[in-house]
Unconditional design. Structure first.
Lengths: 112, 123
């Protein structure tokens, strides 16, 4: 399977703490994207990082990409209860006609 | 902009019946749409790529006669689960991509826009 791996599988933190999720993948990529999914809902696109970028910020989100290690991380700072969701990385691999391959996901629980 | 809808949002059917799920791009034309399925607490798995005016391309292990895909217009793709069985119960999600030549960042990065999903339960 070409599916990426994410860790941790589950993460429970208190409001105000930072949450870090990691994603590893197997192939060369054009870009890597992070999505959020609330339980039973569709996907919300969070951030896209290109293969020639190393770090990107969007609000409380910080994404890093290390193509030599084929890994990425998503940091959510000052977490809120509303951040409770599953988070998936997805890779747009080179030569795949822009098909996305999703990671296994991290279930984040933010408690008050 | 770039909104994708799905209909129905949920459906319950009896084993052996067929179910059609629609995926629409509301404010843009999508020459390419993608269909995914997601089992509880698992990730999304790509089932097929739907191309307007041509046959869909199925991923390995996905039965094309079981999951019929029709992309008859630039704003609509349908997935029909034929002779559904309980093991077909899943969350089905579609996505759409802006057509080639569209200006803007989303198109240049081949960004996909996802529908809200359809929960299928087969009894």
């Amino acid at each position: 399977s070409q599916q990426g791996e994410e860790d941790p599988q589950a993460l429970s933190i208190q409001e105000g703490e930072n949450a870090t999720m990691n994603c590893s993948y197997k192939t060369s990529i054009n870009n890597l994207q992070w999505y959020r999914q609330n339980s039973g809902r569709g996907l919300v696109h969070l951030i896209l990082i290109r293969s020639n970028e190393r770090e990107k910020h969007s609000g409380r989100l910080r994404v890093t990409l290390d193509t030599s290690k084929k890994s990425s991380s998503l940091l959510i700072t000052a977490s809120r209860a509303a951040d409770t969701a599953s988070y998936f990385c997805a890779t747009d691999a080179t030569g795949t006609a822009s098909k996305l391959t999703f990671g296994t996901g991290t279930r984040l629980q933010v408690t008050l | 902009g770039a909104v994708v809808s799905q209909h129905p949002s949920w459906v319950i059917c009896k084993s052996g019946t067929s179910v059609k799920i629609e995926c629409r791009s509301l404010d843009f034309q999508a020459t390419t749409m993608f269909w995914y399925r997601q089992f509880p607490k698992q990730s999304l798995m790509l089932m097929a790529t739907s191309n307007e005016g041509s046959k869909a391309t199925y991923e390995q292990g996905v039965e094309k006669d079981k999951f019929l895909i029709n992309h008859a217009s630039l704003t609509l793709s349908t997935l029909t689960v034929t002779s559904a069985h309980p093991e077909d119960s899943s969350f089905y999600i579609c996505s759409a991509r802006l057509p080639p030549g569209t200006s803007g960042r989303a198109a240049s990065y081949n960004e996909q826009f996802f529908g809200p999903g359809t929960r299928l339960t087969v009894l």
